[in-house]
Design a protein around this ligand. Structure first.
Ligand SMILES: [Zn+2]
Length: 108
């Protein structure tokens, strides 16, 4: 092996997300990310919610790491807003890396 692969991708993450796998080949790097179960604030009413609605997979293209095209595969949580008066019934959790990355597709 030419170099030692790093497993420290913590710069992409916050305390609620972790990397559970990564696959590297000649010209691309795939990083697999999961959420820990955690409460999430509704973006509309800002109530803290813990009721999971579903998980789904999303794929992001990130800026190259080690000069390789980098893809983030994330298992993302959706939450039900538990506030009955809120118009937002289901919302997606906030992802620390999603704002800076480009979402390729919904895989579900
Ligand atoms: Zn709400």
């Amino acid at each position: 092996m030419k170099y030692i692969p790093t497993q420290d991708y913590s710069f992409l993450l916050d305390e609620n997300h972790y990397v559970y796998d990564h696959v590297e080949d000649e010209d691309s790097l795939h990083i697999y990310i999961k959420s820990k179960e955690h409460g999430c604030k509704c973006p509309l009413c800002e109530k803290m919610n813990t009721k999971l609605h579903a998980t789904y997979r999303k794929k992001y293209q990130d800026t190259p790491i080690h000069c390789k095209q980098t893809f983030l595969h994330a298992n993302v949580y959706k939450y039900d807003c538990e506030n009955r008066d809120c118009e937002c019934k289901v919302f997606m959790e906030d992802l620390p890396f999603a704002k800076a990355s480009f979402s390729l597709s919904d895989l579900l």
